[in-house]
Write a protein of this length. Structure first.
Length: 523
């Protein structure tokens, strides 16, 4: 049976016109004004816009793609594909145990992956979700598989073994390599080691994606300088994850990459606050690298706590991204300890006051009770206005990405609101982007950058990942105070030509695929 999306305004990155979109099987076969046939399935799109599905270039739904609530949250924003394997930590290669331990509060446990590498991860997506997923080989996980908990530079034989894992992952269809250089164990990898891992990535036509070193914001130059060195040494294209700082810093550093001859893109979500593991800013990385039971022994020792208070927390006070105000800048989003359920949505300062203790003691108590399975929303010293974010989003190298984390009772609203917020704030309200601009940033460019084949355009022969948007009502409803609100204004979505959201409700089909790296080709 053919499907015809009738009477809508078709939007591509270079056009906006009224037409019918005709779909047979997985592909679009026509975009024209020919009338539907008698036996066609017709979706009336009058008064609405028909767009290629969005690609979330930075998602942490890696292990949650079979969760219908997560699927619904993505589809209601128009997201039909995600790029998983972010920040250097995820399940493959290996058996997934490291990600399940260290990143439990970010990605959660995977329901079926127990090993088999990138090929097995992608195969586990096939037919198990309404959303597609491509995969970045996580550099931290690669390091873990070869070097374990080592905090020193990798030896030549270890580099070679890591390179073999990367080459195997790229051959299995990965779209690139990611690093998380504020996380363990990526923080212990130097630029030379990372560049060596990027050589097989560049050879395969993939992308080096980096949560860069140094904490972003005012420290962004440090991370960008290292990314440039890695790109030049390896020949790899690069993509900077969640690049957030004052607009002049972001734009200046992107210019620095261009001057260095680096082919670079970046993602930036339309919010000022971040979200990460609670332990990441509050514990020394050398401690976080140890087994959880060992960390629990430290947190259970009065003498060790006093040592952290004396020797480590002054470093927290000196961090440019936080500073001494950190207890009032960190809001607790997820605590895997029922006795602290009352603290979700409170800052550490508020939680400490309610618990009758100080901020350091309260933080360490939460980390111990949750066995480090806690995440938090992180404020910044300078809450950038919408107008300044707009200066970043118009950069031609910008790609849409949510950095969405779905684990938590009081998560960051970006998981459920990012893409609808782009459309509401920057297309309809401010007109920072035209509708074709939105398609370029959210569909066409990410599909091209990450080699997702013929996705990101509505044209004959292209894959029918299609969303239908009400331009007058599309909006995010999730806020920092109420972060679980789902987006509105996108009620009909098809993935691979199959309706997965109809009239705002999920349909039973699961056409999502693990997307293997594939050149786009000409229309």
């Amino acid at each position: 049976m053919r499907t015809v999306l009738r009477g809508g305004t078709v939007v591509n990155s270079d056009e906006l016109r009224t037409a019918n979109v005709v779909i047979e099987g997985e592909h679009i076969v026509a975009v024209d004004d020919s009338p539907p046939r008698e036996d066609d399935r017709v979706i009336d799109c009058s008064g609405r816009y028909v767009l290629p599905g969005f690609v979330d270039a930075h998602s942490h739904a890696d292990g949650l793609l079979a969760d219908s609530d997560v699927q619904r949250a993505l589809l209601r924003q128009g997201v039909t594909s995600i790029i998983a394997g972010q920040d250097g930590v995820s399940y493959a290669p290996g058996d997934g145990s490291y990600a399940g331990e260290y990143f439990a509060a970010i990605n959660g446990p995977h329901p079926s992956y127990t090993g088999g590498g990138v090929a097995a991860y992608l195969a586990a997506v096939d037919g198990a979700s309404r959303v597609n997923a491509a995969y970045l080989i996580p550099g931290g996980t690669v390091r873990w598989e070869v070097c374990g908990r080592s905090t020193t530079a990798a030896a030549p034989a270890e580099r070679a073994a890591m390179g073999d894992l990367v080459e195997e992952g790229m051959a299995a269809g990965a779209v690139g390599l990611s690093t998380g250089l504020d996380y363990v164990p990526g923080i212990f990898a130097d630029a030379e080691e990372i560049a060596a891992l990027c050589v097989p990535v560049a050879r395969a036509g993939g992308v080096y994606v980096s949560h860069m070193r140094g904490g972003y914001e005012a420290n962004s130059a440090e991370g960008i300088t290292e990314i440039a060195a890695i790109a030049v040494a390896s020949g790899s294209r690069v993509h900077v994850s969640h690049f957030h700082a004052e607009a002049h810093i972001v734009l200046g550093q992107l210019d620095a990459l261009a001057r260095a001859g680096v082919d670079a893109t970046f993602d930036a979500y339309p919010y000022t606050r971040g979200c990460t593991l609670l332990a990441m800013p509050l514990l020394p990385p050398e401690l976080s690298a140890r087994p959880v039971d060992k960390v629990m022994s430290v947190l259970g020792s009065a003498a060790e706590r006093e040592r952290l208070r004396r020797d480590w927390f002054p470093e927290v006070d000196r961090k440019a991204s936080l500073g001494p105000e950190w207890p009032s800048m960190i809001t607790l989003a997820h605590i895997a300890a029922p006795e602290y359920a009352w603290a979700h949505g409170l800052t550490i300062a508020e939680g400490a006051e309610r618990a009758g203790t100080d901020a350091i003691t309260f933080s360490l108590d939460v980390l111990a009770a949750s066995r480090l399975r806690a995440n938090a929303v992180m404020a910044v010293r300078y809450e950038r206005p919408v107008s300044e974010l707009a200066r970043i989003l118009v950069h031609p190298g910008h790609i849409g990405g949510s950095d969405g984390i779905f684990i938590g009772a009081h998560p960051h609203p970006r998981a459920r609101g990012t893409f609808a917020r782009y459309l509401r704030e920057y297309v309809r309200d401010r007109r920072t982007w035209s509708w074709p601009d939105a398609v370029r940033h959210l569909s066409a460019l990410p599909a091209e950058r990450f080699s997702l084949g013929r996705r990101g355009r509505l044209a004959p022969g292209w894959v029918a990942d299609v969303i239908v948007v009400d331009p007058d009502t599309v909006a995010d409803t999730a806020t920092y105070a109420a972060p679980l609100g789902e987006s509105v204004g996108i009620d009909d979505v098809l993935v691979g030509g199959v309706p997965v959201l109809a009239h705002g409700e999920l349909r039973p089909a699961l056409p999502g695929r693990g997307l293997r790296r594939e050149k786009t080709g000409d229309a």
